[in-house]
Ligand binder design. Structure first.
Ligand code: FES
Ligand SMILES: [Fe+2]
Length: 354
């Protein structure tokens, strides 16, 4: 089963604090090799990590300042220099002084990058080599993030098809079994749930409601709580928890790296001093939570890799999986027809037991 990945959309690439000034690293998104770096002045950039000359990795080269004050990446093989903003070639050291060779026409494709509240996003064009530099949509704004950068981050690796990893994010029925912990619900406590959904700009949203009485973790926060959960393409989940005074955004972004390999990037933004105090206690729990997802996905993948299987989607508990596939399909269609994307999901009430 080969992944069909959305293009012309933004993917979470890294936490801003991991990309230091003057440094570069090689990453993969949707299978594309990318050198992700930050100039000494602090600007992030992303270029295809393949030198246009003879394919060396730009990420193992170095950054150099050009006379005009801009920054280039110098290839470690023969020293070609590519400007970080457009990827255009700025210099070929082996050319003689009076050479007429138009090196400016060569270069490494540049990917749009955005830094938003301590996170770095890369826009993956349909064809980076033919891209006009204009993204089809703005990067995620993380509007409900109430602080400048996440206060807690956890990353887990996941093996398996990208779609399955994303479905694991929206699937309500696995939580009772995969995430059995003292602070969360247990299977025997399962209750019937009624949830109201509406379309959102890049997917669908579970309308704000008081959290379930069998989700013990919420009791720590106190006050008149509401939670609102939104799913957005390509694989983003926003859970906003509010009481009268405070907002917590628990945000997860799943990024496909290479075929069959994704990362689950979880981060929490808050403005509640109490959470900062208890962070040392909740952090290991969050790590365990994500590893539980990673483990079940790898086990599922063992089977998917080796045996044919037709997935079953049963009633409302599996409805969101279908909605995700439908939303993704609609996005691809909108891009193919060069039309604005409109979520195909309609308002609905779903019922399940968790
Ligand atoms: S391969 Fe990069 S300069 Fe030759
Ligand atoms: Fe999970």
């Amino acid at each position: 089963m080969r992944d069909i990945l959305l293009r012309d959309i933004w993917y979470f690439a890294a936490f801003a604090s991991d990309i230091k000034a003057g440094k570069m690293q090689r990453i993969f998104i949707c299978g594309d090799p990318i050198v992700l770096g930050r100039t000494k002045k602090g600007d992030v950039f992303a270029l295809r990590d393949v030198c246009p000359h003879r394919a060396a990795m730009l990420s193992t080269g170095r950054q150099v300042e050009e006379e005009d004050g801009s920054t280039s990446v110098e290839c470690p093989y023969h020293g070609w220099r590519m400007g970080v903003r457009t990827g255009g070639c700025k210099h070929i050291p082996a050319l003689v002084e009076d050479s007429k060779f138009e090196y400016q026409r060569l270069g490494a494709p540049a990917y749009p990058v955005a830094e938003v509240k301590g996170t770095i996003w890369i826009y993956m064009p349909e064809d980076p080599k033919r891209f006009d530099g204009k993204p089809a949509l703005p990067p995620p704004s993380l509007a409900n993030a109430v602080c400048d950068a996440p206060k807690m981050t956890v990353v887990a690796q996941a093996e398996g098809p990208y779609d399955e990893t994303v479905i694991g994010l929206v699937d309500p029925a696995h939580t009772t079994f995969v995430h059995q912990q003292w602070f969360w619900r247990r299977p025997k406590d399962a209750k019937e749930k009624i949830k109201h959904y509406e379309p959102s700009s890049l997917g669908f949203r579970m309308k704000a409601h008081p959290p379930s009485t069998n989700a013990r973790a919420y009791k720590l926060i106190g006050g008149a709580l509401t939670t609102e959960i939104e799913f957005a393409l390509p694989g983003l989940r926003y859970e906003t928890i509010r009481n009268e005074k405070h907002t917590i955004l628990s945000f997860t972004a799943i990024t496909p790296h290479e075929e069959g390999h994704s990362s689950i990037n979880h981060m929490v933004f808050w403005d509640m001093p109490l959470l900062s105090v208890v962070k040392p206690f909740i952090y290991p729990l969050a790590v365990r939570f994500l590893r539980q997802d990673g483990k079940i996905l790898s086990e599922q993948n063992e089977n998917l890799k080796r045996f044919d299987h037709k997935m079953k989607y049963v009633e409302d508990a599996d409805r969101l999986a279908g909605w995700y596939m439908q939303t993704k399909q609609a996005y691809r269609q909108a891009r193919e027809q060069d039309q604005p994307f409109v979520s195909p999901i309609e308002e609905a009430t779903l019922r399940w037991r968790t």
